[in-house]
Design a protein. Sequence first.
Length: 278
Amino acid sequence: MGLEFNPMRSLIYVDCIKEQNRHKLKHWLYYHHVPESIAQFGPYVSKYAFYPALPVPQDGERFGGYKMQLTEHYWMVNPMCEDLNVKTLKEFFPMDVLRWQGTIPEEAPQDQMLDGDSARSTGGDNGMPPFIFAFLPISWQKDIKGNGRTMEDGPNYRWQFMLKYPEGVSLEEGDKWFFEKVIPVFEKASEVNRILSSKVIQSVNGCPFQRAVEMWFDGPNEWHKVAVEAAAAIEKPVWATSNVFPYLKPKFEIASLFLTDIAESDNYTQYRGFIPMR
């Protein structure tokens, strides 16, 4: 059977582990990656956007804070379908790009070139954090708090995070703790304006993360008051891999991005090629 209409949203978490390399990573993204990506999936992706990461707030490192950007796609078909296996051009994806993001060790081969799909599945089995490429339903599945909020209610400080429960803990068991012990603390906090969540569609590409969550605050101070101070009282699960909330291993079991409402580049409508400052 040929391609089938299968709308999905995907989220890629892009880190920058050393400020020495931020400008290099941004150059690769805009000089190589954006035009190559549009050329490849333009016919079957309806939106392709970059959202810059805000600075990781105080104590945010233990929540697996990422420091570069969120890459968002809205797919009309499953990009892993066999019908799309043939690529006329290979992506320019040098190993340095993964080193800059921290999904491969510094001592990995210097001259090796990966194809894009292989690069987006690195980490996790080499002692480094996994490359996060998560597919979700096109719309959020759970609307937990803040339905009815409008743009007039003010700018939002968005905490988006991915969860992967520890080895041996089922999604059902992990979710039971998350929705019965964690969510009520955030739901009742006046500092939290919006809560949304979806399961990751792991069957698309084997993404190790299981759940995506987004919570909105007025700013990082409000986030800290709830996520660090109030959440300290949340019951520690028996399967915890850390002694402090969120009781998960940063970047391996919880990964976070702190975002504004708008994209830095909605690439279909704003990208006009790589034009450097004169």
